[in-house]
Every structure is written in C-alpha cells, then in structure tokens.
Design a protein around this ligand. Structure first.
Ligand code: ATP
Length: 624
C-alpha cells in the first residue's frame, strides 16, 4: 500500500488515546515526569511572586536582611527549576524507550502474523518507515511533547490566575488577548494534519524506492538505468521536499502567531498595568512581579506552536502505526482446532477456488474448482502453462493464502481446522525464489526445526543429511563452514547454491508433505541429476507436490497433474498423459525445447479442446 492509505476518522484525543495501553506500564513514571515538569513551572512562576513581595516589602522599608533572603529565594527557585527539568527527563526517558520497544515489538509481531495477502498490498518501505520513523516519533512525543504541552498549558493557566490575583483587569486583558492562540491552533490542526500525513507517507514511498533500487542494483547497473533511477528518486525526493517546505511554511506561520500573540497580550497587560499603577490600583511590586511573570510565561506560550505541530505529527504517526495494527489477521487458528492423530500424508484439493482480493470482478477465479488427490507417499508433478496458477496453488496447503471456496485437506482434515503450527510442521514448502536470511548456513537450514538445539548432535545429523540430499556440500567449504553467514548481509552465493540450501531447509524440516515450487530450476543438468537421485530417497517416504518446469523434474514423479484454466484437466503417469492429453503433449514439447509453455488461450468451455475432462470433478484421473 502506498501513500493513499486512508487514516481513520477519529478525533485527535481518541486517535492518541489508542496509545494508552502501550503507555500504561509507564503511567507512574509519566505522572512523575508531569509532576516534575509542573514543579519546575511552579518554581519559575514563584519567582515573580517573590520579587513582588521583595519590592513591595523589604525594598520599601530598606530591610537588607529580608532583601538578601529574597535574593536567596529567587536563586533557590532558579536551581529548583533546573533540578525539576533534569528530573522530568530522568523519570520519563528510560520508561519511554521501553514503551517504544513494546510498540515496535508488537508491530513486528503483527507483521509476522498478518497474511501474505496483506504483504502483497503493502510496500516494504511504508512498513519500514512506520516501524522506525513513526514509532520513534511517538516515543519522542510521549517523552517530551505530551508532557510539555500539558505543563505549558497549565503554566499559562496558572500565569493567568496569578494575573487575576494581582488585578482582575490584568487577568481579563491577558485572557482575551491570548484567545487567538486557541483559534489559530484549531485551524492549524486542520491544515497541518493533511500535510503531516502526506509528508510521512511520502517518506515511506521514498524508503520503498531506496529499498527497491538497492535490492535491484544489479539490474539497474546492467541496463545502465542508474541515471533513470536517480531521476525518479529525485522527483520523489523533490516532491517530499515540497511537502516539507509547505509544512515548514505552516509551522513558520504558527510560530509567528505564537510569538506575536503572547507579545501583544503581554504588551496589552503592560499598558493596562501601568494605567492601573498610575491610578494607584496596582503596587509597584505587583507591576514588577508582572514583568517577571511575563518573562516566565513567554517561553511556555511561544512553545505552543511547536508543540501543536508535534502533537499533530504524533497523531499522524499513531494513525499510520495503527493502520497496521488494525489490519485484519484473516488466517488464524480455530478456537478448538483439530489435530491429525495418525498422519499418513494424503493431500487433497476438493473443489478449490481461489482469487486474489484485487482481481477484477469480470475475471474468473485463478483456481476455479480444482480437484486433485495426492495419495500418501506419492510424488505428483504439477505442470501447466506459465501464469496458470501453479505457484498460487502451492501456497494454499500451508495457508499462505486461504481458499476462497472448497477445501484443502490433509489426511481428511480441512487445513483450516488444524493449528497453523501443526499444519506448517506437517507440510513443508520450498519456493522457486530461495530466500536466505542474514544468518549462518546452519541457522538457515534448521529454520523449520525449532524443536532442535542447533548445537546438538541430532541437529548436526539432520543438517548434514539435508545438505546431502540437496547436494549442498559446498557449504562445508565456505570460509567458516556451516557457520558462515549467508543471506543479504553475508556471503554472496550463486542462485543454484541458494536454491540448494532452501531445498535442504525444507528437507531438514522433515514434513509429511513436501510442496516444492520448481526447486531445481537454477541447477545445471549434472547437479540436478545428483539432487534428483538424492531427493528420490526422501520422496520415497514423503508425499510431494512438485511444480515442474523441466521434463527431468517430471520424471521424478509417480504421476503428473496438468493444470489449465484454474483446474486440473488430467492426471496420470507421464506416458499415459502423452497418449491421452493433447495439452500435456504440447506442454512437454515446450519444456523439452527449453521454452516456457505460453499461456493457453483455449477456452475451457470449448468442446473442441480435447484435453478438457469430461468429468468436471477433475479428480478422475483420465489415465490412471
Ligand atoms: N500476489 C498476487 N496478487 C495478484 N495477482 C497475483 C499475485 N501473485 C500472482 N498473481 C497472478 O496470478 C497468476 C498466476 O500466477 P502464478 O505465479 O501462480 O502462475 P504460475 O503458473 O506459477 O506461473 P509460472 O509458471 O510462470 O511460474 C498470474 O497471472 C499472476 O499475475
């Protein structure tokens, strides 16, 4: 999802109130921070009162000792203010980093639990910027912005109360003159809110652009498109700069107001004070105290502009983070899941339909009523034209996506009725594009074996066996052997080496059912033959569904399923299908010629297409 993601239409307090559960464990520290900040403000506001008392009292009477005490009191209040500011920071800083840590952890956990369909829609840069930038901003808001806004508003109110104490006219004039602050603040929220959202979204888009170009740096270089990529980046960065400038202009304007209004309010009070003093309604000490008070409340009033913009940025960041928290986790465990008592390894697709959420209404389902049964221990190759939905089908048994109708069953149990943990232990999957993590070979290969201590002898045995099956002996010769870091941050491996480690990973997981999406595509013919020979040992005792793009992969299978138009149109042994299915012959000829079979344009309902089964269940293996 890009910058167009809508923000929930909650009021500002409600939007920010969603942070309360996260901030709750730190509530006493927050309270201590607020009290310390408030105490600091009170200390600074007490100075004008002391000054007023000194001017109206000892200064008039010439009581030197009392004047000295007054000076000491002012100094002590100044020191107390500094101390309270220090304590405020001390109280909240550490607990708030814990709050930030919890929000970030919850965010990461959420990303893990959200279905693949969510990740298909969301750009990684958008998630990254929310995870890092927005959560950091929320922490800064909770640590500083929220407390200072609260305390500075309170300081202003106490200041107004003090003015009323000295003279009600002073208080009233100050109150009326400061009203524009709140009016301007309200209209600022409306305008600045949209800009804040835009800039935070744009910086997410920019992060995506950087991530993509770094990821695809080889392609960009190979095609000499570095300049083009730079121009695109520049355009996006320029657009973000434009938004930031408009934001800065808005902030500049509100700062101007928040500089001007207190100045005018205090000026009006000063004028009123002088008039009142000349009328004898205000003592010189009170006028003097008022000057000092003006200096004390000036910063809290000026800071409101900055704090308001901070408040709105924090709200935007909260909205952006909660858009991920609010996203529905559609693939979950049942409250009372079932379990497979006697695993046999039978995998069945029964009337399975699947369509991607963004598919057009007019489009037929990508998997369109597919029936297929893999008997326990059987190896089934899946062939079909490019784009026919083979990879998508392999994602359904492990519930990376859920079927939109029908069911996938493992040993007669709907996979949706099993606990995800059990399901993913029973069915292992290796993807065509092998992903390795920034970790050692050992950790990568044993990823699915949470039950094993990676340093144990059993783990070592499983690891070595899996590497043997996947013909990944090269791993022993890496600089640190099986402890060599691979993946993005580690040693660069060839496509074939990565693919063999990914294959070793699924073999090491030891599932009852293996789903392999063209697992040998990056291997040379000799290595492929070796892997196949070793893989046969594993396949002898495991049910396997293997997407095949090469005749040699097909040859490993007991039977072959032919997929077309979202259905299995024929199932049988290779030789049986060669005899009975025109479409299979066509596919195999293309595979033997080393070309991807083109997407079939045959209408599935066309009676002249001889490959379409007469039995619409599709499970009737036409040439069993
Ligand atoms: N995440 C997705 N969102 C929307 N459409 C998708 C998504 N993934 C794949 N598709 C579409 O689904 C169709 C089938 O894709 P799939 O990868 O399953 O085909 P395939 O048979 O494995 O192809 P190939 O043999 O080329 O690997 C394609 O048209 C593809 O564009």
């Amino acid at each position: 999802m890009s910058s167009s993601s809508a923000s929930p239409s909650l009021s500002l307090p409600k939007a920010l109130a969603r942070l309360i559960p996260f901030a709750k464990p730190a509530k006493w520290w927050i309270l201590a921070g607020i009290l310390a900040a408030l105490a600091g403000s009170v200390a600074s506001l007490a100075i004008p009162i002391v000054l007023q008392e000194v001017v109206d009292g000892p200064l008039l009477t010439g009581d030197r000792a009392a004047i000295l005490w007054g000076v000491v009191a002012v100094l002590a209040l100044g020191v107390a203010e500094a101390l309270f500011i220090f304590l405020r920071r001390r109280f909240v800083l550490r607990p708030m980093t814990e709050v930030e840590f919890t929000i970030r952890q919850t965010f990461y956990e959420r990303l893990q639990r959200l279905p693949v369909a969510f990740h298909d829609r969301w750009q990684s840069g958008q998630l990254l910027s929310r995870m890092m930038q927005d959560i950091g901003l929320i922490r800064r808001w909770l640590t500083f912005g929220m407390i200072m806004l609260l305390v500075n508003v309170l300081t202003m109110l106490i200041g107004i109360a003090l003015l009323f104490r000295w003279h009600w006219v002073l208080g009233t004039v100050f109150f009326i003159c400061s009203l524009p602050i709140w009016i301007v603040g309200y209209s600022f929220e409306q305008k600045y809110g949209a800009l804040s959202r835009k800039s935070q979204d744009q910086s997410g888009d920019l992060a995506t652009a950087v991530e993509e170009s770094v990821h695809g740096i080889r392609v960009l270089k190979a095609f000499g498109r570095g300049g083009h990529s730079l121009a695109q980046f520049r355009e996006q960065a320029e657009s973000l700069r434009g938004t930031e400038l408009r934001k800065a202009r808005e902030v500049g304007l509100i700062w101007f107001w928040y500089d001007l209004v207190p100045f005018l309010a205090l000026g009006a009070c000063l004028f009123t004070g002088i008039v009142l003093a000349s009328l004898g309604q205000l003592t010189v000490g009170e006028l003097f105290g008022f000057f000092a008070l003006a200096a004390a409340v000036r910063w809290p009033m000026n800071s409101l502009g900055f704090l308001f913009s901070f408040l709105i940025d924090a709200r935007t960041a909260t909205d952006r983070v909660f858009e991920v928290f609010d996203a529905e986790i559609t693939i979950t465990d049942l409250e009372h899941p079932r379990t497979i008592e006697n695993p046999r390894g039978e995998l069945a697709f029964r009337g399975v339909h699947f369509r991607f959420p963004d598919a057009r209404e007019s489009e037929r389902d990508l998997v369109d009523g597919l029936d297929l049964v893999l008997r326990p221990g059987e190896t089934m190759a899946l062939v079909g034209a490019t784009g026919s939905g083979k990879t998508t089908l392999t994602a359904l048994p492990t519930r990376l996506y859920d079927v939109t109708a029908g069911a996938v069953e493992l040993d007669g149990v709907d996979v949706r009725d099993l606990r995800l943990e059990e399901l993913r232990q029973r069915i292992g999957i290796a993807f065509e594009d092998p992903i390795l993590f920034s970790a050692s070979v050992r950790e990568n290969v044993l990823l699915g074996r949470e039950d094993l201590d990676p340093q144990s002898a059993e783990a070592d045995r499983v690891l070595r066996e899996a590497l043997d099956v996947a013909q990944a002996g090269f791993a022993y010769d890496l600089p640190d052997g099986l402890d060599t870091e691979v993946g993005e941050e580690g040693m660069s491996l060839s496509g074939g080496q990565r693919q063999r480690l990914a294959l070793a990973r699924v073999v090491a997981a030891g599932p009852d059912v293996l789903v392999l999406d063209d697992p040998l595509s990056a291997l040379d013919v000799d290595t492929e033959a070796l892997v196949e020979a070793a893989l046969r040992r594993v396949l002898a005792s495991t049910t396997a569904l293997i997407v095949a793009h090469r005749p040699s992969t097909v040859s490993m299978a007991d039977r072959v399923a032919v997929m077309q138009h979202g259905r299995v149109i024929a199932v049988g042994t290779h030789s049986e299908l060669l005899r009975s299915s025109d479409h299979y012959r066509h596919l195999i000829t293309s595979l033997e010629a080393g070309v991807e079979p083109p997407p079939s344009t045959t209408d599935p309902t066309d009676p002249t297409d001889t490959t379409y089964p007469t039995d619409t269940t599709g499970t009737e293996e036409v040439a069993r």
